[in-house]
Design a protein around this ligand. Structure first.
Ligand SMILES: [Zn+2]
Length: 363
């Protein structure tokens, strides 16, 4: 009863404690001023496919990318099978053929990736939760401990035999992918799979262990390039303290709760526009542009542009040195060609949605 009254009072504004309004105004300027204040020490970023599209990485959900027709040539019982763990164990070839096709030559991290790098360098980034499997956060220089790759990545691979589970690195896997060999464990000849989360697999334990404390400490949540449609990732936005401002940088508004649900007290979704809006800010457009605009307000724009220029030049120089085009490059090269198949709910992935709904990012 107490709970119900609290919920009602919070939702209908019938007394009770009102959440504090931390931002002076619900705009990018408001967020920028808060970011520069003493109060903002821990920023958590949640990102999806939309931050990598400007790097040229195709989104599974966009039918125009050719991914559709590619899949048809793999003789799959249905398209989703290519990312199902049970199918993969029997027929790994289609997945590795796709991985070869999508393997990036030299994907460069985007302005948005380097904006997060700046947050890290300035000691403000508590954690980046990414749904992407392209490893571009690592390439951009985010430290592994600052990173939660919620849907796994190509960065490491493991032997699938439970008694073995030997780990392999990206160069090892890349070599096999490009020699069109199905990767077999050197120790036991078991099948080796990149550590991306397939349908039917759990999310990494790191996701569940870190979110508990991260989402209690977070002073500012920045959500970029994701339509927040994939669980359990999407539910993270509702885990922040009630005073914590949330900034969405995306092509469209997302994450708002259903009006009826919100009336019933389950109003943890984003609220950008209602009379009660007090902490959520939406900046609509390309992620890179949003980050540049925020950087400008923060007085970081020059620094950000210089970082992008320097890092991109270094990647290009390395590619020229490596010389071998697609398969060249070092260990920190981008590893995956696309976004991970999205887990549906709970910890374990369920039957995947139709292909048109794949991808964890923006439409
Ligand atoms: Zn093995």
């Amino acid at each position: 009863m107490e709970l119900l009254r609290n919920l009602l009072s919070r939702t209908l504004g019938l007394g009770g404690e009102k959440p504090e309004k931390v931002l002076e105004e619900l705009t990018l300027e408001g967020v920028s001023r808060f970011l520069q204040s003493e109060r903002c020490k821990n920023v958590v970023c949640m990102v999806g496919a939309g931050i990598s599209t400007s790097a040229g990485i195709p989104d599974f959900r966009s039918p125009g990318t050719g991914l559709y027709s590619n899949l048809q040539s793999y003789d799959l019982p249905y398209p989703e099978a290519i990312f199902e763990i049970s199918f993969f164990k029997e027929h790994p070839e289609p997945f590795f053929a796709l991985a070869r096709e999508l393997y990036p030559g030299q994907f460069k991290p985007t302005v948005c990736h380097y904006f997060m790098r700046l947050l890290q360098d300035k000691g403000l980034l508590l954690r980046c939760y990414t749904q992407n499997i392209d490893t571009l956060e690592r390439v951009a220089g985010l430290e592994p401990e600052r990173l939660v790759e919620a849907h796994g990545s190509f960065f490491t691979s493991h032997c699938l035999r439970p008694g073995c589970r030997r780990q392999y690195g990206l160069p090892w896997m890349r070599e096999r992918i490009f020699s069109s060999l199905v990767p077999k464990c050197e120790q036991c000849q078991g099948l080796v799979k990149p550590d991306i989360v397939f349908f039917g697999e759990s999310l990494p334990s790191r996701f569940f262990s870190l979110l508990q404390s991260d989402f209690q400490q977070v002073d500012l949540l920045i959500i970029m390039g994701t339509s927040l449609q994939v669980q359990p990732f999407a539910s993270l936005v509702s885990r922040v303290p009630t005073n914590t401002p949330r900034l969405l940088i995306n092509k469209e508004k997302t994450g708002q709760s259903d009006p009826l649900m919100s009336l019933m007290g389950f109003g943890c979704g984003m609220d950008f526009d209602s009379d009660k809006a007090y902490r959520d800010v939406a900046w609509l457009g390309e992620c890179d542009k949003g980050c540049l605009e925020l950087a400008e307000l923060l007085g970081w724009k020059k620094e950000l542009e210089e970082l992008v220029r320097k890092e991109h030049a270094a990647i290009e120089a390395k590619a020229t040195q490596g010389g071998s085009g697609k398969a060249g490059g070092g260990k920190d090269e981008a590893g995956g060609g696309s976004q991970a198949p999205p887990p549906k709910s709970g910890g374990v992935t369920e039957t995947p949605p139709p292909l048109t709904q794949w991808g964890c990012g923006i439409k």
